[in-house]
Design a protein around this ligand. Structure first.
Ligand code: SF4
Length: 270
């Protein structure tokens, strides 16, 4: 039986994939697999038929028993499944700039990484829900397991701008996405502001911002004035009791209602 690329993309998100020993992307000019990078996608970066760029879970427990496997015939890659026809795929190419260093000596792929065809940047220190004792991080999140290890930790505006220019020139990105966790005093948008202004003044890139919902909603008018093209609020869960249980930090600092109010406020911006 054959399956459509769209179905395959969704099913790979749900089930993940196993990788045959001779298929690791690092050995074939693919993008290295990270457990989590920048709070955004992790896993295997693949291009499915129909030019569908995607990111497939590989390190999670459920992926280890996935019916899908990435296999290789010479330099051609296929996704196999016991009940479906095999599907030829490509590894998303690893850009040369990944291993280049910024002027301050940070590897560029520790500052930002490609997620499909866009650049994802987690510009600041680890989300403070991870540094409290006891931790109050969201239960599905692994940002705190990665930052400081595979991520550069503190990044200057200059570091980030150098990587954005490199990604634009080397990979042809048209969109950059900034993602932060929670910081005491709602400082995440203050941290982003100088970067957003630089991106808009130096490039024609579209910008996305995902942070907690700032207590001063007029910030979203200002983001719009700065030229930010998209904002999102990762509340994850509609059910209030499950939200409280799975996202204890978000529940304490903001509450589900604040997330929904921020969404509503931004929808009303013209
Ligand atoms: S807010 Fe939750 S999901 Fe976002 S970085 Fe912090 S712990 Fe992770």
């Amino acid at each position: 039986m054959s399956i459509t690329p769209a179905f395959l993309k969704l099913d790979l998100y749900c089930k993940g994939i196993r990788i045959a020993p001779d298929c690791f992307p690092e050995d074939h000019h693919g993008r290295p697999i990270t457990r989590t990078r920048a709070g955004l996608g992790s896993g295997l970066e693949l291009v499915l038929p129909g030019d569908l760029w995607t990111n497939v879970p590989v390190v999670e427990d459920f992926a280890k028993v996935s019916p899908y496997e990435l296999v290789r015939e010479d330099e051609r890659f296929f996704v196999t499944h016991p009940h479906h026809s095999k599907v030829e795929v490509r590894l998303s190419p690893r850009p040369d700039w990944y291993e280049t260093k910024t002027s301050s000596g940070k590897r560029m792929d520790r500052v930002g990484t490609l997620q499909g065809t866009y650049l994802g940047v987690y510009p600041s220190a680890v989300c403070e829900y991870w540094t409290e004792s006891p931790k109050v991080n969201c239960k599905f999140c692994s940002v705190g397991l990665n930052l400081g290890d595979k991520d550069a930790g503190e990044k200057t505006v200059e570091d980030i701008m150098e990587v954005i220019h490199a990604a634009r020139e080397g990979s042809g990105i048209t969109y950059v996405d900034f993602n932060t966790g929670h910081y005491e005093g709602d400082t995440y948008l203050d941290i982003l502001e100088p970067i957003l202004k630089r991106v808009k003044s130096e490039t024609d890139l579209l910008i996305g911002v995902q942070t907690p919902p700032h207590h001063d909603l007029s910030w979203y008018d200002r983001l719009q004035e700065m030229g930010v093209n998209r904002v999102s609020f990762c509340f994850e869960i509609f059910d209030p009791r499950t939200f409280e249980e799975v996202c204890p930090g978000k529940h304490r600092e903001y509450g589900l209602k604040r997330y929904l109010d921020a969404v509503e406020y931004c929808v009303g911006l013209t």
